[in-house]
Design a protein around this ligand. Structure first.
Ligand code: ATP
Length: 852
């Protein structure tokens, strides 16, 4: 990298590097390099010009684009030691306000902070409200695109903003963990509205300049089109990354337009582009930061990011100074309110239209009220919201003090582990003597068993965790002080079967938690335990504690996740293999029986024939030797051992040597069993080489089953998911089983109550379905009416091949009870089943299992 050029070398081929020129190029991967650019340098070169523009009254935007893990959040938000553009920019704004405020000049700052995930907007400054209802984006006549009900808070100092950002990030972490959503798939939009008022005391008038600064940390760019399945999902109307895909299209359209007005720009195709309409090709000075990774295996992603940025460079914006917009907006809002009121009175009969107008009226009234409020009242409102949120966080057990290095290390606490480094170790849960962990959502079915109950059922839940697999009263943490010993922290399960993993192992009894222990509660809440050092015995503990801490630091979220999900992996694989082999065995037994019966029928016919011959002397005798070789019964494909040998029927039927025949069959039987055993050992042994894949598969299946159970419990359309292994049928012939030749891969077997047959899904297919399942589950726990989506099941056809390689037997999935599915309509009006694939869309893979 040079000051304004980036050279991309191919990792393997020796050819000319690709060169890209930009306004600035920063190298920040090697702190020892002379070219190393730190956070401050990036901010000075990028952020300061944005601030200058904002103070002149121009809108501005900085958005970070790049693949997951390339440093977008680090650049935009940074860490507490190394703050990124957002906190630095906020700080610089207040420094400048302080320097420029005078009798004739004053400034007001308002902020909002939202997250866009799966095309839904969540308000990070008032998350309680937005969790219940999806905030709608609406085109307002005078304000442009607005998010209905989004909190826009007045702030008067950097500390206040910093507190809001901190709380917002905590809320983002809580929501992402509760809902098991990946923050790398969401876009975070932080907006600052700076109003600059100038007073002319002599002439007695004032003027305003307003600037909106949007700071955007986009979702990881590679996700949009990486897998085919994802592409398919997008076609199906899925919108996990619709905003990012649309952003690409908007940038391309704007780059092509280059001054020509005709080109259609699809701003309104996604929430993100709609909200950033002004910043993209409109009234704004916009900076794109493309983050890239120097790793050789990221070459393709890096090239694509650089090309994307190169295209974005061509966009021409038209920034203008926004003078006196507030008075105009208030006037227009007032007019709008009047018009809406009169429209409402005329449309009372048409319910939907009426509801929509009412919503618009409420929002316009709210905006007008807000704009008319005094600045002091607005600031008080911010304090109230801030305190309320702190109370909310404290109520669910999260320390409101800052996380990270500032925590009180001499106390017992849990700290969250998150896949996203910017959300990692953000939530601190202090333990005072005793703490109950649970969802707190009491339900009749959730009474603990008497053996596991150690806390009174009405005792308050201290650490409230929501989401899959968390019981109302899940576990209890207790600090026990034995005389003369260090206080020790224990975890005690409060509900039989409640999932608690300590350092990756499921526990069902009281267990000691040491410093650095990894703890998993339910499906998705990962923590690391902190225990204080013994002040009396500093020296002896120093070593142990350091080792433990080193070990625990080594365990980031990914490792903790793998550790927890590997625990059941062996069992799960063995179980899948056992099930699978048992089915082969049953099939084999059935086929063997059928073959035996057929052979005996032949034999009986032969005897009968002989008897007839003896009774009718005129019939010619069988040729001498009586050694009639019957045509052997063809070996039944797939269960080769049941292919019976040709049996020479004896001349004297009374001397039939049954034993010989059975001895032979028995021997084949043993060979078959031995081969299956070998196969199983072999399959189970490969788990070590594919463990992350299998662990992921197990975790996905567990999550899918948990969601299906919770949403569809007691329904006939209940769907069940299993992991099995895909094994080519031909490999199952005993003669072909050789050590090291099996190729196994995990496959998902999907069965639905009341239907025959099953579906086989690839892991990607399940991942895509899970996005919708999570959405449905989250709607349910947030009290949104997902029942509206329940529809009629379509019947679907499933062709299930037998594991033995027989000509595929087909089973029709007959939906016996049409109202059990969880379905919604896709954009074309056909039904999509959240838990099952409809007939047209399911894809069957491989041959791995037989009907149950
Ligand atoms: N310039 C940098 N200097 C030091 N560390 C960095 C830098 N950029 C990124 N990192 C580190 O790399 C890791 C990944 O960065 P970050 O979370 O910012 O990526 P991201 O692009 O935002 O990923 P995602 O799309 O998942 O949100 C973090 O641990 C972060 O601290």
């Amino acid at each position: 990298m040079e000051s304004d050029q980036t050279f991309l070398f191919h990792p393997a081929e020796e050819k000319q590097p690709k060169t890209f020129a930009f306004d600035h190029c920063f190298e920040s991967s090697d702190p020892l390099s002379s070219k190393f650019a730190n956070q401050e340098e990036v901010f000075t070169k990028v952020g300061m010009s944005v601030i200058d523009n904002a103070f002149q009254g121009y809108n501005a935007c900085i958005f970070a684009y790049g693949q997951t893990g390339s440093g977008k959040s680090y650049t935009m938000m940074g860490s507490s030691d190394n703050p990124g553009i957002i906190p630095r920019l906020c700080n610089a704004i207040f420094e400048r306000i302080q320097a420029e405020t005078s009798e004739s000049t004053n400034f007001k700052v308002e902020v909002s902070y939202m997250e866009i995930y799966n095309e839904r907007v969540r308000d990070l400054l008032d998350p309680k409200k937005s969790a219940k209802t999806n905030l709608k984006v609406r085109e307002h006549k005078s304000l442009g695109p607005v998010v209905d009900g989004l909190c826009v808070l007045a702030v008067s100092s950097f500390d206040q903003i910093s507190g809001l950002i901190d709380e917002g990030n905590k809320c983002r972490t809580v929501a992402a963990t509760n809902m098991n959503t990946e923050s790398s798939r969401s876009h975070a939009v932080f907006t600052i509205r700076l109003t600059h008022t100038l007073f002319d005391h002599e002439k007695g008038f004032s003027g305003e300049k307003v600037s909106k600064i949007s700071l955007v940390d986009l979702a990881g760019s590679e996700r949009a089109g990486k897998s085919g399945a994802m592409g398919k999902r997008l076609e199906e109307g899925g919108n996990i990354n619709k905003s990012l895909t649309t952003l690409g299209m908007v940038i391309s359209a704007l780059a092509e337009r280059c001054g020509k007005k005709e080109k259609f720009v699809p701003y309104r195709d996604s929430v993100l582009t709609w909200l950033l309409k002004d910043n993209l090709g409109g009234n704004s000075r916009t900076v794109m930061i493309a983050t890239i990774s120097p790793a050789a295996d990221n070459y393709e992603e890096t090239l694509s990011t650089l090309r994307y940025a190169d295209r974005a460079k061509k966009i021409v914006n038209h920034a203008i100074i926004n003078e006196d917009p507030n008075a105009k907006v208030i006037r227009e809002l007032r007019d709008e309110v009047e018009v809406l009121k009169s429209q409402i009175s005329q449309t009372k009969e048409r319910e939907t239209e009426y509801e929509e107008l009412k919503e618009r009226l409420l929002e316009s009234e709210r905006l007008m009220e807000q704009m008319n409020k005094s600045w002091e009242d607005r600031l008080k409102e911010t304090d109230v919201i801030y305190e309320e949120r702190q109370k909310d966080l404290a109520q669910i057990g999260i320390s409101v003090a800052e996380a990270g290095i500032k925590v009180e290390k001499d106390r017992f606490y849990l700290v969250n582990l998150n896949a996203d480094p910017s959300l990692n170790e953000l939530l601190v849960y202090y333990i005072n003597k005793k703490a109950i962990i649970g969802s707190g959502n009491d339900s009749e079915n959730e009474m603990p068993s008497s053996e596991t109950r150690t806390s009174a059922p009405d005792e308050k839940v201290d650490f409230v965790l929501q989401g899959l697999g968390v019981h109302p009263r899940h576990a209890q943490l207790e600090i026990i002080e034995d005389f003369g010993l260090l206080p020790r922290l224990y975890i005690i399960p409060l509900f039989e079967g409640a999932r608690i993993c300590v350092n990756g192992s499921n526990i069902s009894e009281k267990t000691l938690l040491k410093n650095g222990t990894r703890l998993l509660i339910g499906h998705n809440h990962f923590f690391r335990v902190n225990c204080p050092k013994d002040p009396k015995d500093e020296n002896s503990l120093m070593l142990a504690s350091t080792t433990m801490m080193e070990e625990s630091q080594f365990f980031d979220y990914d490792k903790a996740w793998l550790e927890a999900n590997s625990e059941e992996q062996g069992a799960s694989i063995s179980q899948a293999v056992d099930q699978y082999l048992e089915q082969i065995n049953i099939k084999h037994q059935e086929e063997k029986q059928a073959a035996l019966e057929k052979q005996y029928e032949e034999f009986e016919r032969y005897i009968h024939g002989l008897t007839q011959t003896l009774q009718t002397p005129s019939t010619p005798m069988t040729p001498a030797g009586f050694g009639v070789a019957m045509t052997p019964i063809a070996g039944i494909a797939g269960t080769p051992s049941c292919g019976l040998p040709p049996v020479s029927f004896p001349t004297n039927p009374r001397n039939v040597d049954k034993t010989k025949f059975f001895k032979w069959a028995q021997k084949r039987e043993e060979v078959f069993k031995e081969s299956l055993k070998t196969l199983k050992t072999e399959i189970v042994s490969i788990k070590f080489s594919v463990s992350p894949n299998i662990a992921k598969c197990n975790a996905l299946v567990r999550e899918a089953n948990m969601i299906a159970d919770e949403i569809m419990s007691n329904k006939r359309g209940q769907t069940h998911y299993d992991v099995t292994l895909q094994i080519p049928a031909s490999n199952l012939r005993p003669s072909r089983i050789k050590i090291g030749t099996s190729v196994c891969e995990p496959v998902i077997v999907v069965r639905r109550n009341g239907m025959q047959g099953y579906q086989l899904w690839s892991v990607e297919q399940l991942e895509n379905k899970l996005i919708d399942m999570r959405e449905m589950y989250n709607d349910k726990i947030n009290g949104n009416n997902s029942n509206d989506q329940m529809g009629q099941s379509t019947s679907s056809t499933v062709i299930s091949d037998s594991p033995t390689g027989n000509s595929g037997s087909s089973g029709i999935c007959e939906d016996e009870d049409n109202d059990d599915g969880e379905e919604e309509e896709d954009s074309e009006g056909s039904l999509i089943d959240t838990f099952f694939e409809s007939q047209e869309k399911h894809s069957l893979i491989g041959v791995a299992n037989s009907t149950r």
